[in-house]
Design a protein around this ligand. Structure first.
Ligand code: G6P
Length: 473
């Protein structure tokens, strides 16, 4: 029987070691949560890195065995591979360039690139060791841009889908990368390339036709031998899960606790992975401006800010964490009173039940990334508003702002505008909240994760049939 092989840098669980034993826990990030449901079906499997270095063969065998029970196949990376492929090339070249931070953060090092190529080959070898005829291979994200072509060279007829979870930048940014053509060639090994938004598709087509000897007709790129379809598939969330969680007894208890702790206060929620692209410092700046300009807000408004630790071995991330600490400290020192703190800041991850209680309780959710492929937090907030109230403030630089058009949409660089949006949100009449929230809830419910997976997989099948019939002519 044929199977679907999902491949991503990170497995949906991460392994950690305590008291000499290995344990698994869910990974952070949209990708892990988004695909959680499909790899468990039938013979499907998920290939990826378990998140830490495991050096001893005996330990590798033990972890492999345990993960096998969960339909997961580990690709082990040694410390140098983690440093150079994951931290170096993926997160110090591709991540900053694709999020328009090239001039601030990108460091182009030949050895990082060499490791990036080598690790992509390592993933290829793992795929080849398990792929059978008729299998479908679905490769994910910027850490594995070379993988589609590497697999294609070995299995010319196999179905390969590729999905990029981060923005694809304008060619003016993308062309800065010394290895830009190799990266595009790598992606074009797929049959179908999925991106979140129409702009990402436009940017990809622009870069490929300018940098490679290919032609394009509408959204199809051809090199004379093969044609590759490029399309947008905005990713959804598991809406049912988020809309049913607030009805659970343990979540209800947490909601009650939040209500008691924040009586008569407007609660503004902010949840992100630690990342400069999320605009966390700029958001704090806007909140500080609000406190400066709105004396009535003092003691009546609280920013509940969760930052989930991420990539803190990459220097820019460690620096950002320190800057956030300072900024939160400054705001609280300036405005705190005996029985009120303006910012409740947490630098850790929380179980989904706690997040659900916060989503359900927050009067406003403030999502203001500088650049974001999709942003699933905004969709999780909407799905959790089962009473149709609450206000979403959304950056126009996030993919989800193209769908959640009834949010208050802001330019995150415009501190004054963000500040005014918060005021508008906390004063918004209930009727207007509902008028905005209902269509957003309907959209998030309809275009959920299963819908996203289905339309991508159906399209991949169609594209493959189209290619085979063209080859037969
Ligand atoms: C984003 C990326 C994912 C990544 C996640 C967490 O959502 O698109 O590919 O897994 O961040 O980042 P990390 O570096 O911890 O895997």
């Amino acid at each position: 029987m044929s199977k679907t092989i999902i491949v991503s840098n990170r497995l949906p669980v991460k392994i950690s070691k305590t008291d000499g034993a290995y344990h698994s826990s869910p990974s952070e990030g949209g990708l892990a949560t988004g695909l959680g449901s499909i790899y468990k079906q039938g013979d499907n499997v998920w290939i990826g890195w378990p998140g830490i270095e495991i050096a001893e063969q005996e330990d590798k065998d033990q972890v492999t065995k345990e993960l096998k029970e969960l339909s997961l196949i580990p690709v082990f990376l040694d410390q140098e591979e983690i440093n150079q492929y994951y931290e170096g090339f993926s997160n110090e070249v591709l991540w900053p360039v694709f999020h328009y931070y090239a001039s601030t953060y990108a460091a182009y090092k030949q050895s990082n690139w060499d490791y990036y190529k080598a690790v992509n080959k390592k993933f290829r070898d793992m795929i080849l060791s398990i792929a059978g005829p008729g299998d479908v291979i679905w490769i994910h994200d910027y850490q594995l841009l070379l993988l589609p072509a590497l697999v294609r060279q070995e299995l010319p007829d196999v179905s390969i889908g590729f999905f990029l979870h981060i923005p694809f930048p304008s060619n003016e940014m993308f062309r800065l990368i010394p290895w830009r053509s190799e990266l595009l060639d790598g992606m074009l090994g797929a049959d179908l390339i999925g991106l979140h938004t129409f702009d990402d598709v436009r940017h990809f087509l622009g870069a490929a036709t300018r940098l490679l000897p290919v032609t394009s007709s509408a959204n199809i790129i051809s090199n004379g031998e093969r044609s590759v379809v490029i399309e947008s598939f905005p990713m959804g969330i598991d809406e049912k899960r988020y809309s049913s969680l607030p009805l659970q007894e343990d979540v209800k208890q947490q909601i009650e606790l939040i209500r008691e702790n924040f009586q008569n206060k407007k609660l503004i929620l902010s949840i992100d992975r630690l990342d400069y692209s999320k605009g966390i410092l700029q958001r704090l700046e806007a909140f500080q401006l609000l406190l400066e300009q709105c004396p009535e807000c003092i003691e009546h408004i609280t920013l509940y800010m969760i930052v989930v630790p991420s990539r803190d071995t990459v220097p820019q991330y460690a620096h950002l964490r320190d800057e956030i600490d300072k900024k939160v400290g400054k705001i609280n020192a300036l405005y705190r009173t005996m029985d009120w703190s303006p910012v409740h800041y947490y630098y850790r991850s929380f179980p989904i039940e706690t997040l659900s209680a916060l989503y359900y309780s927050a009067d406003v959710c403030l999502v203001t990334p500088m650049r974001d492929g999709m942003n699933l937090v905004s969709k999780e907030y909407v799905a959790s508003r089962i009473n149709n109230d609450g206000v979403l403030i959304m950056s126009e630089m996030a993919g989800s702002s193209k769908e959640l058009i009834d949010a208050i949409i802001v330019n995150p660089n415009n501190t004054g505008e963000v500040c005014r949006a918060i005021l508008q949100a906390i004063n918004m009449p209930l009727e207007e909240q509902r008028r905005r929230m209902i269509p957003m809830r309907q959209l998030v419910a309809k275009f959920n994760t299963s819908h996203w997976v289905k339309i991508f997989m159906d399209r991949l099948k169609e594209v493959k049939l189209m290619q085979r019939s063209m080859q037969a002519r």
